[in-house]
Design a protein. Structure first.
Length: 224
């Protein structure tokens, strides 16, 4: 009989690089990389460090939780593809979740909101990714992307709430916590396996070839 692998590894790169590790229902460790521009360089070293600090290896991981966004194209893709590869190589199961859901779960558990609320994160271009939640942290609508004025006028938490003074900010989480990500992420609703980009990447392949004007070669005229 094969030995059970109780470790759960959680990865999210929708905003910052966030990695969490749990042994059953016990938080084993985690890390957050604050620089938003080093997803490619820092994700695997961060995973390796978190595993090493607990004396664990990928072969000990039985489940991988990955945040599917919404988030900017490049950073989000790094996390999702890495999780897919690690799950395939290690044989661990893969559970994809909306990256806003664990923030909502943390707010519901820690701050006990009395009404519906919104989780908002930075989408750049003066826009926000957001979703609407019930007071118990269950998602009611979204995720969506839009301008700050388009968000429901509800109490709002999350990394994007303090970027725009007009939002109805309330006390609550301002970033994704690795402990919450791994401990609550395993029980959050599946969001499938595809990244939640919500909009097209900035760089796209041209849909048709550029036209080229051909110049007719000029004959050399001989002079007499």
């Amino acid at each position: 009989m094969s030995k059970a692998r109780p470790l759960s590894l959680a990865i999210d790169t929708a905003s910052l690089v966030t990695v969490g590790l749990a042994d059953g229902d016990r938080y084993a460790g985690g890390a957050v990389v604050e620089d938003r521009m080093v997803h490619v360089e820092q994700l695997m070293p961060t995973i390796t460090r978190v595993l090493g600090e607990t004396g664990s290896r990928m072969s000990d991981v039985g489940q991988i939780v990955v945040g599917l966004g919404p988030g900017p194209f490049t950073g989000l893709r790094v996390g999702v593809v890495t999780a897919q590869i690690l799950a395939t190589v290690s044989g661990a199961s893969l559970h994809g979740i909306c990256s806003l859901d664990p923030i909502a779960a943390q707010h519901a558990a820690d701050d006990h909101p009395s009404s519906e609320f919104v989780v908002a994160t930075d989408a750049r271009r003066r826009e926000l990714y957001w979703a609407r939640y019930g007071s118990d942290g269950s998602r009611i609508a979204g995720p969506e992307v839009g301008r700050p004025d388009d968000l429901p006028r509800l109490p709002t938490v999350g990394p994007g709430v303090d970027l725009y003074p007009g939002l109805p900010a309330v006390p609550g989480p301002r970033r994704l916590d690795p402990e919450t990500l791994v401990l609550r992420g395993v029980a959050l609703p599946s969001a499938g396996t595809a990244p939640l980009y919500l909009r097209r990447p900035d760089a796209v392949e041209p849909t048709r070839r550029k036209s080229v004007l051909l110049r007719r070669p000029t004959r050399n005229r001989s002079t007499t």
